[in-house]
Design a protein around this ligand. Structure first.
Ligand SMILES: NC(=O)c1ccc[n+]([C@@H]2O[C@H](COP(=O)([O-])OP(=O)(O)OC[C@H]3O[C@@H](n4cnc5c(N)ncnc54)[C@H](OP(=O)(O)O)[C@@H]3O)[C@@H](O)[C@H]2O)c1
Length: 173
């Protein structure tokens, strides 16, 4: 770990029209992006909204799962629950420090990205080259507060419905 509080990192896949979800699911099939998501998040705490947790359907393996909900009677097994953004991020930072990792990964969905963006220092953005219909969105932030520091095309395999770019955005000091 590089010292200091573990940083807050968003991991999001966004279509060219800003769409990230449709009817509670992802609006595409992109196996290579799921592999990258796993590589980026494995071993780190992941923070998500209750609706994203429901769409995944089970805790993500090899990661501390922190689920945000305001429902006091929602108790799925194998996840930490948080009733407020600050509590979820603080718990994530504590768990990250315990595990010796320096990032807390915020993995969606729309509402959680919107409410954590001002705390984030990095965004792993998959730009999906498609314009699907959908009902959940994320508009990636730009200069001067944010700068693109890395971009590489996704190598499109047979289980990737659309081409995409893997991009890193970093908050400028
Ligand atoms: N493309 C991507 O990268 C990506 C990533 C993740 C998700 N998605 C998509 O995004 C969509 C889901 O997004 P969404 O905005 O509908 O739902 P969401 O952000 O996953 O979850 C929203 C829920 O989180 C809880 N919550 C939100 N703010 C809270 C707060 N301040 N304190 C406590 N709890 C809080 C509430 O749960 P309760 O109602 O239980 O109180 C709320 O209903 C799906 O289509 C999903 O597939 C896309």
């Amino acid at each position: 770990m590089s010292g200091g509080a573990p940083r807050i990192v968003l991991v999001v896949a966004v279509a060219e029209n800003g769409i990230i979800g449709r009817a509670g699911q992802l609006p595409w099939r992109l196996s290579s992006d799921l592999k990258r998501f796993r590589q980026l998040t494995l071993g780190k705490p992941v923070v998500m909204g209750r609706k994203t947790y429901a769409s995944i359907g089970k805790p993500l393996d090899g990661r501390d799962n922190i689920v945000l909900t305001r429902q006091p009677d929602f108790h799925p097994p194998g996840v930490y629950l948080a009733g407020a953004i600050e509590a979820a991020l603080a718990l994530g930072q504590r768990l990250a420090a315990d595990r010796g990792v320096d990032e807390v990964m915020v993995i969606g969905g729309e509402e959680i990205f919107r409410r954590t963006l001002d705390r984030a220092q990095r965004i792993h953005l998959t730009r999906v080259h498609a314009t699907p219909a959908g009902d959940a969105r994320f508009d990636p932030p730009g200069p001067p507060a944010w700068r693109e520091t890395h971009r590489a095309p996704m190598v499109q395999g047979p289980n990737d419905q659309f081409p995409a770019d893997f991009i890193v955005l970093d908050r400028q000091a």
